[in-house]
Write a protein that binds this ligand. Structure first.
Ligand code: NAP
Length: 463
């Protein structure tokens, strides 16, 4: 590639963004500079704002990201929002390639009556709230209720149920946001219901997360519906094609069903084969009406839920829908509203209306590319595919690098627009500050949750 330096913009500093940067730097025959943008002053996306505070080990993956950020060809521009501070047209002018790795920040709704009542929330909001995401810190969750329903049987639903089921003392040595910890100490929650529309075999959670429910200190765990049983089709699948993880899930659920109550303060109920129909209440959530389902085999062999006539009505003070994240469109970038992703082929954005030369320069990675599935590590393979596709296309289509002269720069553009951007060195200052604040409380860090305060700390102003 001679002395050509390729400039790539990565939008989003979560796992997909960092794995993309890491893979770009691994290319020995290319000289590549990466500028990474995030709308928050803090990097790491869902590792900071999504991973549960009692899963600190998972968060240690940020050490890998921080090493990538130390590469001399890496720059971080935090507190810079795509669509308002910088636009697609700016990026295409200043960079040879753009990788959108913005994740799926919204959630899907159930589409049932009463969903908008106070006390009915998305799990994504609650997760972001207890993790101290600046956009969610002002939300009030009323935990002074007895019954909570979490709709969905994925790992996010399990995170929410576990955080509510634990004694807040157990969380007090984590990096949970201080306001969330205080609210949890006031919680009056006694019963937490996890509701899955399909059966135990179809549960979306993974065994490591399910196993944690076997030894919760402050909550008994109950499998609703008596002794463990599977419908005949599910049983056949278990015996033939079930994955190792599914088999492990079944073992764990069996163990849960055999557990005796030990009269703990709280209870977590696993309720399978039920779907919410309506959320009832005058001023706020009071009850949930559900229907029992049966599983019907589809022509493709999958088992889908079908409502029976059997209705269930339960008191509910708080309801979290946890039925999956959903992507948001980015200004000027194609978007599939149904699936919530940017249409792409192996990471290359597909836009039939677009000029071919531009189509060769825009890519996606992570959840906005494939949808909200997989664990953090899944994003590595995903980013590798995107980066390789990008470089292949650059070669195939003999893409000419833009802006080699460096006459216009992103820094001057952001300064012109009065954007107070945060560099990686700035972030390290904030990181140190948070860690130091945690020392006296034996916590890994005390998160700063207001953007203004973050910027003040970075500027070293009086706090
Ligand atoms: P998920 O794994 O896709 O689970 C979504 C759940 O919602 C499923 O049980 C699904 O049931 C149910 N659902 C969907 N539409 C529904 C509807 N209309 N009514 C009732 N239920 C409905 O999503 P997630 O829990 O948000 O997790 C997202 C990703 O992050 C997953 O890959 C997850 O593993 C990962 N994650 C990992 C961890 C960890 O490793 N510790 C923690 C959190 C999240 P059906 O199966 O019937 O569709």
């Amino acid at each position: 590639m001679g002395s050509v330096i390729w400039k790539i913009a990565v939008i989003g500093s979560g796992p997909a963004g960092f794995y993309s940067a890491g893979e770009l730097f691994r290319q020995e025959s290319w000289s590549i500079k990466v500028d990474m943008f995030d709308r928050l002053p803090t990097p790491y996306g869902l590792v900071r704002g999504g991973v549960a505070p009692d899963h600190q080990k998972i968060k240690s993956v940020t050490k890998i990201y921080s090493r990538i950020a130390e590469n001399e060809n890496f720059r971080f521009f935090g507190n810079v929002e795509f669509g308002s501070d910088i636009h697609r047209s700016d990026l295409l002018e200043l960079y040879d390639g753009v990788i959108y790795a913005v994740g799926s920040p919204s959630d899907r709704s159930l589409g049932i009556p009463g969903e908008e009542l106070p006390g009915s929330h998305s799990a994504t909001e609650f997760v972001a709230w207890y993790n101290g995401h600046p956009d969610f810190r002002e939300i009030k969750f009323n935990l002074a209720v007895k019954d909570v329903f979490v709709i969905g049987m994925g790992n996010v639903a399990l995170d929410v149920a576990r955080i509510l089921a634990k004694d807040p003392k157990e969380l007090s040595k984590t990096d949970i946001s201080t306001y969330a910890l205080e609210t949890l100490f006031e919680s009056q929650i006694e019963d937490i219901w996890l509701v899955g529309r399909r059966g135990p075999l179809q549960a979306a959670f993974t065994p490591i997360e399910a196993r944690e429910f076997l030894d919760l200190e402050s909550a008994d765990v109950i499998l609703e519906g008596g002794p463990f049983k599977l419908d005949s089709e599910s049983h056949k699948i278990l015996e033939t094609e079930a994955t190792k993880d599914t088999k492990k899930n079944i073992e764990i659920l069996k163990q849960i069903s055999e557990k005796n109550s030990s009269n703990k303060i709280k209870r977590v109920h696993f309720l399978f084969l039920a779907s919410p129909l309506e959320i009832l209440g005058n001023e706020c959530v009071e009850k949930i009406r559900m229907v029992r389902n049966e599983l019907i085999k589809q022509s493709d062999g999958s088992l889908r839920p079908q409502a029976t006539n059997d209705l269930i009505e339960e008191n509910a003070g708080l309801i979290f829908r946890s039925i999956g994240y959903h992507g948001n469109p980015l200004a000027g970038v194609p978007f599939d509203h149904n699936s919530g992703i940017i249409p792409n082929e192996c990471g290359q954005i597909i836009d039939e209306d677009q000029d071919k030369s531009l189509r060769s320069r825009e890519y996606v990675a992570g959840w906005i590319k494939r949808g909200p599935t997989g664990v953090i590590g899944t994003n590595k393979q995903d980013a590798v595919e995107t980066v390789h596709r990008m470089l292949e296309i650059f070669l195939q289509e003999e893409i000419e690098p833009v802006n080699q002269t460096g006459s216009s720069s992103i820094e001057s553009l952001l300064k012109e627009r009065n954007v107070e951007y945060v560099t990686f060195t700035d972030w390290k200052k904030l990181d140190e500050y948070e860690k130091e604040s945690g020392l006296s409380q034996e916590r890994p860090r005390v998160k700063v949750t207001s953007i203004l305060k973050m910027l003040e700390i970075i500027r070293n102003k009086k706090i």
